[in-house]
Design a protein around this ligand. Structure first.
Ligand code: NAD
Ligand code: LMR
Length: 328
């Protein structure tokens, strides 16, 4: 059994936090051989609720759980962190777009980036879940100049999983048969869920669907607006599915993606596919040796190009907005 790994989770007393922490403690984030020390960060008003969750974690008697500490100070919470899940932020409510949260939530990620820069472990891996996730990740990254930029990622795995599930339902095939779906761009309604390179049981997915109108007018908006659909039907933003996607994201980062497949992650662009360098945009990626690599060489047709460009333009606008707010 290895040394324990420090996992910092922000927003630990929130909805996603509650769905996430028990899965981490059970070994699903890092694997069944890795002991975990949880470091929970909350705002002072919610720290007692996080203490309550810590008591429940203790009551789970998880063999892989090496300890739980609760903090209300980011510097302490991120000290020595090997993995950081930045969940704590306000969720949107009915009628809002995720970008509307920029002003309310952006300010959270500057001090957290600074705290990561000051005290996280050398091998820190960061996943931002709190919305607007891509731009919050950009804020944290730009405030942590000593941490390699590629360690900062934002979550589009929930969108990816949603796309796989919709395709599976449409084609009546198990999700395990679906490969190489991509989410491009922002975790927002402008995102582009791409099935043109995807495979279903070894066959091209777009050909298997054979219905461009369903793809353009039903599938893409259904996936891109699924967060709003959940808020409408459930009365609160997605929580357990978001926690599950966060587990998938980090598990694949640490353990590698499966052969013959890829996943979707928002990470700092290196200029691939014409996305301006530095923007935290979603790409098709594989994970090898604990590092994400953008899948290269995919043909991008005019339909896809227009959609990728629109989502990337929104990311550039969000970057300008946070520059104006003095957050980067
Ligand atoms: N990227 C995605 O796919 C995705 C999916 C679902 C939800 N989200 C986002 O995740 C965020 C959390 O959602 P939730 O449903 O858990 O919300 P929630 O309101 O239930 O919980 C948020 C928690 O964060 C805490 N918090 C606020 N500011 C903090 C700070 N500075 N430091 C530490 N903790 C802080 C709050 O006290 C609260 O307990 C929201 O922004 C939501 O929109 C993202
Ligand atoms: O849509 C939201 O506001 C929550 C989350 O980002 C989601 O995709 O479910």
């Amino acid at each position: 059994m290895s040394e324990s790994v420090n996992v910092t989770v922000t927003g630990a007393a929130g909805q996603i936090g509650y769905a996430l922490l028990f899965r981490i403690a059970s070994g699903q984030l890092l694997g069944a051989d890795t002991r975990v020390k949880l470091r929970l960060l909350e705002i002072p008003q919610a720290a007692r609720a996080a203490e309550g969750t810590a008591l429940e974690l203790q009551d789970g008697a998880f063999p892989l759980l090496a300890g739980v500490d609760v903090f209300d100070d980011p510097k302490q919470a991120f000290s020595g962190a090997n993995v950081a899940l930045l969940v704590g932020a306000r969720p949107r409510t009915k009628g809002m777009e995720r970008g509307d949260l920029l002003e309310a939530n952006g300010g959270i990620f500057k001090p957290q980036g600074e705290a990561i820069n000051a005290g996280a472990a050398e091998d820190i891996k960061i996943l931002v879940v709190g919305n607007p996730a891509n731009t919050n990740a950009l804020i944290a990254q730009r405030n942590a100049p000593d941490v390699p930029a590629e360690r900062f990622t934002a979550m589009t795995r929930l969108d990816h999983n949603r796309a796989v599930a919709q395709l599976s339902q449409r084609l009546s095939v198990p999700v395990s048969e679906i490969r190489k779906v991509t989410i491009w761009g922002n975790h927002s309604a402008t995102q582009f869920p791409d099935i043109l390179h995807a495979e279903v049981a070894g066959r091209n997915a777009a050909e298997a669907v054979g219905d461009q109108q369903w793809y353009a007018d039903e599938f893409i908006p259904r996936v891109a607006k699924r967060g709003a659909e959940i808020i409408d039907v459930r009365g609160a933003s997605s929580a357990a599915s978001a926690a599950s996607a966060a587990i998938d994201h980090v598990f694949d980062w640490v353990n590698g993606t499966r052969e013959g497949d890829w996943t979707s992650v928002a990470l700092p662009s290196d200029g691939s596919y014409g996305v301006p360098e530095g923007l935290i945009s979603s790409f098709p990626v594989v994970s090898r040796g604990g590092k994400w690599e953008i899948v290269q060489g995919l043909d991008i047709d005019a339909f896809s190009r227009a959609r990728i460009d629109a989502s990337v333009a929104e990311l550039a606008e969000e970057r300008t907005a946070v520059e104006r707010l003095g957050l980067i």
